[in-house]
Each structure stands twice: as structure tokens, then as C-alpha cells.
Design a protein. Structure first.
Length: 499
């Protein structure tokens, strides 16, 4: 079976290379190749070595990896020869990862394709289809601990999406107002529940002209897992003969977040009639940006919601709050911080401890768990949202086997602090550091008898090789100590070539 995976992997790369050779030289095709390996002192790899890696790093076992990428970017918006704006362009991305060491499983196959997409641009709009690495929300996308609703922690799956990649200024406001919007449909392929879909949309606004130092942002994102069928649903009041509705009429109800047209019918049971169709997850986001000549500050908050009570702000202050600092100074000291991110996550309120099915806002939101979708807000065993709400399999055997009363995510009441930083050494490496500390309370459904503490750290360095332009050696070391996850120490080393 492993030979089959590897053969398919190199066949795909050969076909992709042949396609790339047919692209015009002005298409700006770029390539990358990386070879590396991870070693660990424990069966489970350290948290910050595998988190927010789009499931390309196995949770367990030392391994070797080969990663090959190819991307065609859009051409510059203004042709340097004709000074004519190009309204139409296209591109693609392919990123393949082959891991050797752990035994392949359906959730962690030996060959993965985090990127395999084609994109088309027309003016301000972009349409793409396929797998694509991305996050959803306002905040620092490079150094964050993970956005609350869509963090880049799980493997990407196929989507088609129409969106505006950048903020579009509104001319009639003299560029005072700008917006970003997106609408997508996706497929949860090869999942524990067959035939389920993703509905996703977002809308964000910006107040502040492009040359202003102070700008404000606000908006929301909304994701729904819906439809599908599974044997475990047969004979339950959760579905009709094991099937969840996929009708267009019910799709419209979940798009607008309203109750369906009946309490129950031939398409769905009273569970959907009283709770709305689908598994809804998202966040309200606000941000304040200050841009100076030498530095940039971004203060942001992502207010998470998992049902109607979160939408109605009954679960304040739950969500992610962050402060990002960028250093634009041209000074060249021996060491310079480029980026620093400080974040605080809390998920302990959940609209109160009591679930009341007769109330307008039922309470006990039980983040990321869902009765119909027994693995909740996850894909192939990995959390789609904030990685601090982690699957049962990631916890210590004592916690995983003792506290069995709250499904796939037994620990979704968390308070976490996080600090990340990137700095450069003059004529030396780029250093990245991450450190997180969390207090873990279990859930309202099954609280832990005591608070479990967890510390996770990472220190990484990227060393450019001057003799080989475009070549970087990466060395990373990570440590987990605490009561929530198994203690571990791990290291990752790789060589990467870009051209």
C-alpha cells in the first residue's frame, strides 16, 4: 500500500511538471522542494511542531518527509511595457507532502495535497476551486496561535469559492470605506460521515483611507457543515434513515441561519426543526490598526459563536484577543524583532452552564461538539478551529479514558495565553519562538475535578545558505510539559530549496 501511495505521488508530480512547462514564461511559475525529518522522545509529537500545519505533520511517531510545491502567481496588475491594467488572469497552486514512518491511516495518509487548486481573477474578483491552505478571520495570519473558527490546523478539502482577496475601496466614499467578501461551497470528502458539505461566507468592512495611519475593521465569518449520511445515524431521532437533508430549500435555510419550514418532515427530524439544520461555527471580528513609519500595531478580537446564543453575544467574553507588533525600522542591529504577537483565548463562558431546550438561548454551547456530527468541528481527526480545543486522542490516556462524557472534544472550556515572536540575527538566522500556557476545565457536561495546566514551547531557526541561493536549513525544537497532553520533546530539521 505504501508503494502505491509513493508511486501515485511521483506520477502526480510528473504530470504537474509537464503542465507547468506549457505555461508561458511570463506566468511566474515558482517551485519549492524540501526534505526533512522529525524525531520525538514520546509517542506523540510536540504541540507546536504539528499545530496549524494543515495536518501535514502526523500526531504520532518520528517520521521523514518530502515536500514539493509549484505555484503560478498572477502577473503584475500593470504591464510595465503597455501600462495597461490586466483585468483577467489565472494561476494555480500544487503542494504535495509525502511522509514516511507512521503507518498510513484514512485520517493521516502517506501522501497529502494541502494545495491543489486553480484560480481565476477578473478585476477585483477571484474564483478558485480545489484544496487551498487558508484561514478565516481578522488577525495576524503568520504568527497567530490559531483563529477561533478556521485556523489552518486541519487538512484542506475541496471548495469552490468566489471572493475578493483584498479590500475594495468604495469610490463614492472617496476610499474611506472598503470591504472584503467571500462565498464558498465545499465537500468533506473521505470523512467519517459520507456526503456532507460545507457552506462558508464572510463579509468584512474597513473604515479609513489607504493613507491614514489609523484604520478600523469589522465583520464576520460563518461556516456550516450540513448534509451527509452515516450508519451511526440509522435508527436515531437525529436523521431520517441515517440521512441528513441536502435539499436546496434546506440549504437556503442554513445559509440565512433561520429555522426550516417545518418541525419535521420526510427530509429531517425534529432535531433539525428545533435546532436549525447543520453544524454552525463562526466569529464576529473587530480590529484596530495603527500604522507608523517604523512600526505597525494591530489589536483584534474574534468573538466565537457555535449557535444562536453566541450570535446574540450571550457568551461574552469567549473568543480570541490579540495584539500584533510589526517592526519596519531600517536599523541593522545585531538582533531585531520583526514581529511579535500576544494572544489570549477564553472559551469558558459558553452562554452559561445550563442547557435549557425551552429557552430562547439554550446555554451550555459545548463548543465544536455536535450530536449529528459525532466528530464535531473537525476534519480527518484535526480541529478546524482553534487548536486549543483538541480531540480526545491528543489528551493524556488518563484524561481521555476517564472523562468519557463529552464526545470528540472533551475539553472545550479553556483559558490560554500565547506569545509568538520572529526576529533576525545580523548575517545569521531568522529565529521564531512560540510559547503557550493553558488552564483546562473540561466541559460543562463533564467538568474536570481539578484544573489541568499545560505548557508548550517551540524555538526554530531558518539558516540561509549563501553558497546556494534560495536554500534554507530549518531547525526546530519543541517541548510539552503539563497535565493535559503527554510530556514530549521533539525536533525537526529540513533543507528547502526555492527557485
Amino acid at each position: 500500500m505504501r508503494t502505491l501511495y509513493v508511486t501515485a505521488f511521483f506520477l502526480l508530480l510528473s504530470l504537474s511538471s509537464a503542465c507547468a512547462q506549457s505555461v508561458s514564461p511570463t506566468g511566474a511559475v515558482r517551485y519549492s522542494a524540501e526534505v526533512g525529518g522529525l524525531a520525538t522522545s514520546a509517542p506523540q509529537n510536540s504541540f507546536w511542531l504539528r499545530t496549524n500545519q494543515y495536518n501535514t505533520v502526523p500526531v504520532q511517531s518520528s517520521f521523514g518527509t518530502v515536500r514539493l510545491g509549484m505555484i503560478r502567481d498572477y502577473k503584475p496588475r500593470i504591464d510595465s511595457i503597455t501600462t495597461h491594467k490586466s483585468r483577467f488572469d489565472w494561476g494555480f497552486g500544487l503542494y504535495a507532502v509525502a511522509n514516511v514512518g507512521p503507518s498510513p491511516t484514512p485520517d493521516n495518509p502517506a501522501v497529502l495535497l494541502p494545495d491543489a487548486y486553480v484560480k481565476v481573477r477578473f478585476g477585483y474578483l477571484e474564483f478558485y476551486g480545489g484544496n487551498r491552505r487558508e484561514v478565516a478571520g481578522l488577525g495576524d495570519t503568520l504568527l497567530t496561535s490559531g483563529f477561533v473558527a478556521w485556523s489552518g490546523n486541519a487538512m484542506p478539502f475541496p471548495k469552490i469559492q468566489l471572493h475578493t482577496p483584498d479590500f475594495i475601496p468604495l469610490g463614492f466614499t472617496k476610499k474611506l470605506l472598503a470591504f472584503r467578501a467571500g462565498y464558498a461551497h465545499g465537500w468533506f470528502i473521505n470523512s467519517y460521515i459520507q456526503g456532507s458539505y460545507l457552506h462558508q461566507k464572510y463579509l468584512y468592512a474597513r473604515i479609513g483611507k489607504p493613507n491614514w495611519r489609523v484604520r478600523f475593521y469589522g465583520g464576520l465569518n460563518h461556516q456550516v457543515q450540513w448534509g451527509g449520511h452515516a450508519d451511526y445515524l440509522i435508527g436515531t431521532p437525529l436523521a431520517v434513515n441515517g440521512h441528513l437533508s441536502t435539499s436546496f430549500q434546506d440549504y437556503l435555510s442554513l445559509v440565512f441561519g433561520v429555522y426550516p419550514d417545518a418541525l419535521q418532515n420526510a427530509r429531517f427530524t425534529s432535531f433539525d426543526g428545533t435546532n436549525r439544520l447543520g453544524n454552525h461555527v463562526g466569529s464576529y471580528d473587530v480590529a484596530f490598526e495603527w500604522r507608523g513609519k517604523r512600526n505597525n500595531w494591530l489589536l483584534y478580537h474574534q468573538h466565537m459563536y457555535d449557535d444562536a446564543s453566541g450570535l446574540a453575544l450571550q457568551n461574552i467574553p469567549d473568543g480570541l484577543t490579540g495584539l500584533r507588533y510589526l517592526n519596519h525600522s531600517i536599523a541593522n542591529p545585531r538582533f531585531r524583532f520583526q514581529r511579535v504577537v500576544l494572544e489570549w483565548l477564553t472559551t469558558t463562558d459558553q452562554s452559561g452552564p445550563t442547557f435549557d431546550p425551552t429557552a430562547r438561548y439554550q446555554g451550555a454551547d459545548n463548543y465544536f461538539n455536535h450530536s449529528q456530527y459525532i466528530q464535531g468541528w473537525s476534519y480527518r481527526g484535526r480541529t478546524i478551529g482553534t487548536p486549543f480545543i483538541m480531540p480526545r486522542a491528543d489528551l493524556t490516556p488518563y484524561i481521555a479514558n476517564t472523562f468519557m462524557g463529552n464526545g470528540f472534544f472533551p475539553n472545550n472550556r479553556v483559558v490560554a495565553w500565547y506569545l509568538g515572536a520572529i526576529g533576525t540575527v545580523r548575517r545569521g538566522p531568522t529565529i521564531t519562538a512560540r510559547i503557550s500556557y493553558s488552564r483546562n476545565f473540561g466541559s460543562y457536561k463533564q467538568p474536570y475535578p481539578q484544573v489541568f495546566h499545560q505548557l508548550s514551547t517551540l524555538l526554530a531557526a531558518q539558516w540561509p545558505i549563501s553558497e546556494w541561493p534560495g536554500t534554507v536549513v530549518t531547525t526546530s525544537f519543541a517541548l510539552d510539559r503539563g497535565e493535559l497532553m503527554p510530556n514530549s520533546f521533539g525536533s525537526f530539521v529540513s533543507v528547502k530549496k526555492l527557485w
